[in-house]
Write a new protein. Sequence first.
Length: 256
Amino acid sequence: MSLNVEIARFRFAKEPDPILTNVNIRVNSGEIVSLMGASGVGKSTVARIACGLVRDSEEFEGSVICNGEPLMQPEAPVSLVIQDYKRAIFPWLSVKENLVLGVADRAQRRKCRSTLDSNPIVETLGISDLLSFYPKKMSGGQLQRIQIGRALLAGSSFLVLDEPGTSLDLPTRRKLYQVLDELGQHQNIGILIVTHEIDEAVLISNRIISLTRPSGRPSTLGEFSGLRSSSGHETTLHYSNEFHAVCDRVERAIYS
C-alpha cells in the first residue's frame, strides 16, 4: 500500500510560471518520509496536493494515487495535519468530541465515541486520560496529537504533516516524533512530514527528499536514506559519523 504523488506541473492563479514541475513522491505504508527544502520552493503546496486539496483556480497537471486508487475528497484516506494546531481544534468541544468529529457516519461516530477509552490509536497517542478535558487545558503537543488522532479515527491510512514541530519545544517535538514512529510501526500508517529541521528528519525518517527550485529551472528532487531503521539509541546515532554524513549531504542538496 502506498501514496503516490505525481506533479507534472502546478501553477498558482495569476502567477505566470509554475512553482512545481516533475515532482514525484512515494510514501509506503508504515514509512516516514521527510520533505525538505528552502523557504518558498513549494513544500507546503506538495503537502496540500498530496491530500487532494487543490483549488479550482489553480492549474494542476498530475495525479495522486492512494492504495492504487485516485484520491477523491472528502472521504480520502489521506489527512493533512496543519502547523497551526490551535486552528484545527474546536475549543468548545471536549477532547472526545474533537476526536470523533471526523467520523462522517453518525452510527459509526457513536460507536467510536463509546469505545475511545480502549482505542489503540488513542492509547498510542497517549491521550486516553484527556478525553473529558477541553482544549484550553491542553499543551501544544497534546493538541497536535488530538489533531492526529482525529485524522486516524476518521479512517486515514496516510498522514501529511506540515511543519508539525515548529511551535513545540524540543522535548515535546521528540515526544511527537516518537508517537509518529509508533503509529508507523504498530498501525502501519504512512507519514509524510514537511520540515526544516535536518537533524531531526535524518533521525526519524526512512527517507529524506530534498526539493529545490533553481531560478528559471524545473524543480529538482534528491533522495537520501534516513536512520529510522538503524539500530542504536537516538543519542548514540546523533553522534555517529553516519548521522553527520547524511546531514551534510541533505544540507548541500538544499542550500548549495
